[in-house]
Design a protein around this ligand. Sequence first.
Ligand code: FEO
Length: 170
Amino acid sequence: MLDKKVTELLNEQINKELYSAYLYLDMANFYIDHDLDGFGNWYTVQAQEERDHAMLFVKYLQNNSLPVTLEAIAKPDKTFTALIDPLKAGLEHEQYVTGLIHTIYEAAYAVKDFRTMQFLDWFVKEQGEEETNATAMVKKFELFGDDPKSLYLLNQELAGRVYSAPSLVL
Ligand code: FEO
């Protein structure tokens, strides 16, 4: 039996991860509309990863015999104009998600819920990687985005990202 507050936050995180998938799909669509299919691919894979994150929270609750409550997923709320906009929004979003994971961790820590803390350890590490990747995307675009040839090569590089299932198995 997990603590009520921890259970509530774990349930809410399912929605946040699915919203993340929605947001990244919106970014993928933006780039595909702008003929940058490589960027589109990168964010499509990112959206797949976010759905996996949501499913890990679902599975964790189920493994602990707790009910899963699904709420409505909000419409993506960011407006993109310049090509760099989704990259910056992606970084901001990952920083926000890191904060959410830390909040659940704090709640678990407060009630000595070591099982949930161990589950969340994977997400703490994952968020570090997510922020590193998002920062690199912004930096690369700042360096090369204004030059058409470099943008072409960057787009090609991002086209090579392939989906792989999460390393955490529950
Ligand atoms: Fe599920 Fe990108 O955090």
